[in-house]
Design a protein around this ligand. Structure first.
Ligand code: PSU
Ligand code: MN
Length: 335
């Protein structure tokens, strides 16, 4: 294990960063809080599209492994980021990944929780916000996740705006996601991204992807890239002028697995009602709403498939972007 700053890097990740080889950071709240902890049969269409999938493992572990395999298959090194017993880990062994996926009471570690979690020697999954900050500190330029946090519905009353956005605005990392989580106020989230000065790029389209749901019909993104190399070119150009700002790449959920908007609206209403009845607020909101949507009797399996499909697809794209950036800038000087 290599220590850089206060981070513990796996030998593979340490070597890749030192030599300037492409590395992709992967988030872990999705493992600890976002996915089922038992195996699930996902059907042959899914298994054919995603050969990385290992159907015998619990879904959360299988997903973490599949994302890592997808990254490796494209010549990059995966670095799953999490906190284990107070150690900030960048790159996990398969045993560590297995242990993380089985934690009984994992913490959801966002930016504000880093110090407390480390000092108290706790374990948990890092959110997009915390993962982005840790990746930047390690010298990793590209990060793949599912959906990003943003401005929550009802923000006028609650001020609930995810730390994800500010973290991307203040760390030079390309964050590849399938757009803002569908539970959010999407127009307000786009405005907040603009206010923070974060470049926002669609992939071959300026339609807004909506996490597990098919993209909007109208074009509302300011720009789009036509390839991973194009994204890398935009990122490195931005960093020459604004060196500490991240970029958002919105890669729509693979069309074969995306959910129809109409079918999701009804379950969304029910999920919000349930959250209100149970008094769910703050950091518990996002995991609760997503679990309600995923647990919905009809939509459940389709929502799960969509979520997994976009996670693996984002890991693939991120690996290609990391490859292009590595080819352009070579070894990172900051780590
Ligand atoms: N995926 C899930 N559940 C989650 C998250 C992802 O299924 O809780 C995390 C992501 O890591 C994202 C965070 O960064 O939720 C956003 O939460 P908040 O709105 O509290 O910032
Ligand atoms: Mn919040």
């Amino acid at each position: 294990m290599a220590q850089a700053h206060s981070l513990t890097l796996s030998p593979q990740v340490d070597e890749a960063i030192r030599s300037g080889a492409p590395v992709v950071a992967l988030e872990s709240t999705v493992i600890t809080h976002g996915l089922p902890r038992s195996p699930r049969a996902l059907g042959s269409e899914f298994c054919d599209a995603f050969r990385e999938w290992d159907g015998d493992a619990p879904v959360n572990l299988a997903c973490a492994r599949a994302c890592e395999r997808a990254v490796r298959a494209l010549g990059a090194t995966p670095a799953t980021i999490a906190i284990l017993d107070g150690q900030v880990r960048v790159g996990l062994s398969d045993d560590e990944l297995t242990a993380l996926a089985a934690l009984e009471t994992p913490a959801k570690v966002s930016l504000r929780d880093l110090g407390p979690t480390i000092a108290r020697r706790r374990s948990g999954g890092t959110t997009v916000a915390a993962t982005t900050a840790i990746a930047a500190r390690a010298g990793i330029r590209v990060f793949a996740t599912g959906g990003i946090g943003g401005v929550h519905r009802g923000w006028r009353d609650t001020m609930d705006i995810s730390a994800d956005l500010r973290a991307v605005a203040t760390n030079a990392v390309v964050v590849v996601s399938a757009g803002p989580k569908i539970i959010l106020d999407l127009p307000a989230t786009l405005e907040a991204i603009e206010s923070l000065g974060i470049p926002l790029l669609g992939v071959s389209s300026r339609a807004l992807p909506r996490f597990t749901v098919e993209p909007e019909a109208t074009d509302s993104l300011p720009d789009c890239v036509k390839s991973a190399a194009d994204a890398a070119e935009v990122a490195t150009s931005h960093w020459r002028i604004v060196p500490h700002c991240g970029l958002l790449v919105f890669n729509a959920c693979p069309a074969a697995f995306a959910l129809r908007a109409e079918s999701v609206e009804r379950s969304l209403d029910a999920a919000f009602r349930e959250a209100r009845v149970r008094g769910i607020t703050g950091a518990k909101t996002t995991p609760f709403l997503l679990a309600q949507l995923a647990g919905n009797a009809q939509g459940g399996l389709a929502a799960l498939r969509a979520n997994l499909a976009l996670l693996i697809s984002n890991a693939r794209l991120a690996a290609q972007v990391a490859g292009s950036i590595a080819a352009m800038i070579g070894p990172h000087s900051g780590a």
